[in-house]
Design a protein around this ligand. Structure first.
Ligand code: SAT
Ligand code: MN
Length: 617
């Protein structure tokens, strides 16, 4: 017998019926309809403190904040357990795991049968995007994890206000989640319940009814279903059909010393510095940067023919290790209170610590696995994919327009990744098509954000490899088609950046972080038609004296290498991109193949261009 310990304040029949159906299937001990209030949040945090899941951090050092440790098997997204279930296998494309929707539904019904026994089922009505935005979409997540509820409250608008907007007849995206750890009568719970057997974890997207079923993991994008599952995979399907874009991009606003604003979006793969760039403090005097989002952008064509970007989230789920006052002072300030820390070190003074936090490690602490930890013990204290969840509104650099329902007009789109060789610091596309080509060819060394080998080069088109809900060839076509829907002059300029270039002896060539403002300044100058560039086979590179280097101590040789064209490296790059293109078969748009062939021809024809003497465009 299920206890209903709160009353649904909705007349939405479809929602009531769905909840009833899931209650029958999952057999929870209780049902809780989330209202989204602070009291509810506090009560759930307290419940988790009592149950041993949460540790309350010191009230003076880190007010309103908690530490949580996940199970060692459940520390990142599980890409090989993530599925796109479209009726036709071809529609999922070569970059997604596909499963037959009928078979998968059967399998999931078995897995979910009785999976919430002994637990409370929470109903989380949530909205991605400001409630009054034309792009706002409503989801309802059912979960048996209170950790998910409190994280969702930081990451999305949720509760009563969303039910009000949904009304009696509104449509919602159903998102079902279970940690997959039913409790038998009398069985003691564990701090981080999950299904430790990775082969039983499933993160499934059905493309026909646009529903999400996630089983077995409580971590990040596997479990906070508004994020990657809804706002990227499902949204990308809706966006394609409705003519907009759901992208793995940060959004920022850069203001020049003259007071001119430039809105930029940038797509980098997970754990490649989106959060750092999104709230960076420019080192160049007179320039200011404000953050609108650090992970996801929903982008639509405005009535004026420009592209408008909106962040559908309300919080940051950022990588903790490496976050310091040097790398990202605004993130450090954002997580000063009301934050949840997953898989970092607990200090004996009741605060948290992680590698490269910029403060000395505690003499003694407890590592992410709950073991005693000392700085010299040979193990990392925080998991490399340890995360903070923090409200965006707490970011000192948050842009006043971050909740503008219309979004903000984009002047440029950046692509990037971790590339120790070959790829220059910045490269501007010749055209929209060439820019889409650069995005399609993007690659990066893999990181700990997903469970796989880190540090190997993989192609990650538009940083959407794990997040595009349909055939990636069709996705490229969707981007290309934009140029036919508006005046080209109104499209954002496209650039490719690489902060991660290394010298032959393994040194970083570029200091990164606040110094990236020098690259952003050149991008703004290019937008104004002023910045000097040289035309090379791969795109437009800054002329040797074009970057503002005042006050930065970097050798001429290092700068030359950062801005050089490595012809042999690019020939290999082009061949590798071509190899990757093979996978896309007939759905690869002809324009992109042409861009690749043109690149190869240019690399063969103009291999020894002297950049110093090359003409300025
Ligand atoms: O997908 S997560 O939200 O866990 C983080 C990421 O990979 O970007
Ligand atoms: Mn991400």
């Amino acid at each position: 017998m299920t206890t209903i310990n709160s009353t649904p304040v909705t007349a939405n029949r479809k929602l009531l019926n769905w909840v009833e159906e899931i209650v029958q299937l999952c057999q929870p001990a209780a049902v809780h309809w989330c209202d989204g209030t602070q009291q509810e949040y506090d009560a759930l945090c307290e419940l988790m403190v009592k149950g041993g899941t949460f540790t309350r951090l010191d009230g003076k050092l880190r007010p309103g904040s908690f530490l949580v440790r996940s199970h060692a098997s459940d520390v990142a997204r599980v890409e090989n357990r993530t599925y796109i279930c479209s009726p036709n296998k071809d529609d999922a494309g070569p970059t997604n795991n596909w499963a037959d929707p009928v078979e998968m539904r059967k399998k999931l019904k078995e897995l979910f049968k009785g999976c919430m026994k002994g637990r409370t089922l929470y109903v989380i009505p949530f909205a991605m995007g400001p409630l009054d935005s034309p792009l706002c979409r409503i989801g309802v997540e059912i979960t048996d994890s209170p950790y998910v509820v409190v994280n969702m409250r930081i990451m999305a608008r949720m509760g009563r206000v969303v039910l009000d907007k949904l009304g009696a007849k509104g449509e919602f995206i159903s998102c079902l989640h279970s940690v997959g750890a039913p409790l038998q009568p009398g069985q003691q719970d564990v701090p981080w319940p999950c299904e430790p057997d990775v082969s039983r974890k499933h993160i499934v997207h059905f493309t026909e009814d646009l529903s999400i079923w996630s089983y077995g993991s409580g971590y990040g994008g596997n479990a906070l279903l508004g994020k990657k599952c809804l706002a990227l995979r499902i949204a990308s399907l809706m966006a394609r059909k409705e003519g907009w874009f759901a992208e793995h991009m940060l959004v920022l606003c850069l203001t020049s010393p003259q007071g001119k604003k430039y809105y930029l979006a940038a797509a980098f793969p997970s754990a490649c510095g989106k959060t750092n760039l999104a709230m960076m403090q420019p080192t160049l005097p007179g320039w200011t940067l404000r953050c609108l989002g650090d992970d996801i952008a929903w982008i639509r064509l405005g009535a004026d023919g420009r592209l408008y970007a909106m962040n559908p989230e309300t919080g940051f789920f950022g990588v903790a290790p490496g976050t310091s006052n040097k790398t990202n002072p605004n993130a450090v300030a954002t997580v000063a209170r009301n934050s949840i820390f997953t898989n970092v070190v607990l200090r004996s003074d009741g605060d948290v610590w992680w590698e490269d936090m910029g403060v000395p490690p505690p003499e003694k602490g407890m590592d992410w696995e709950g073991r005693e930890w000392t700085p010299g013990c040979g193990r990392k204290g925080a998991h490399p994919n340890a995360r903070f969840t923090a409200p965006a509104a707490q970011c000192p650099a948050i842009d006043p327009d971050w909740e503008n329902p219309q979004g903000v007009p984009l002047s440029a789109i950046l692509f990037g990744g971790r590339r120790p060789s070959t790829i220059p610091l910045v490269n501007e596309a010749f055209s929209w098509e060439h820019g889409v080509f650069l995005g399609s060819a993007a690659g990066s060394e893999t990181t700990s954000a997903a469970l796989h080998q880190a540090g190997v080069l993989r192609r990650d088109p538009f940083a959407m490899l794990p997040f595009c809900g349909y055939h990636i060839g069709d996705y490229f076509a969707h981007w290309l088609a934009l140029a036919r829907r508006t005046d080209r002059a109104k499209l954002p300029r496209i650039f490719f950046v690489n902060w991660f270039r290394k010298s032959a002896d393994g040194r970083w060539l570029w200091p990164g972080f606040g110094e990236n403002s020098r690259v952003l300044k050149w991008i703004c100058e290019r937008i104004e038609g002023a910045g000097k560039a040289v035309r090379t086979p791969i795109g437009l590179l800054p002329a040797p004296d074009a970057l503002d280097m005042k006050g930065l101590d970097i050798s001429g040789a290092d700068l030359a290498e950062l801005l050089s064209l490595d012809v042999e490296g690019w020939k290999k790059e082009a061949a590798d991109v071509g190899g990757n293109y093979q996978k896309f078969g007939e759905r690869l748009p002809a324009e992109l193949n042409k861009e690749l062939q043109d690149l190869k021809a240019r690399l063969n024809e103009e291999p020894t261009m002297d950049l110093g003497k090359a003409s300025v465009r």
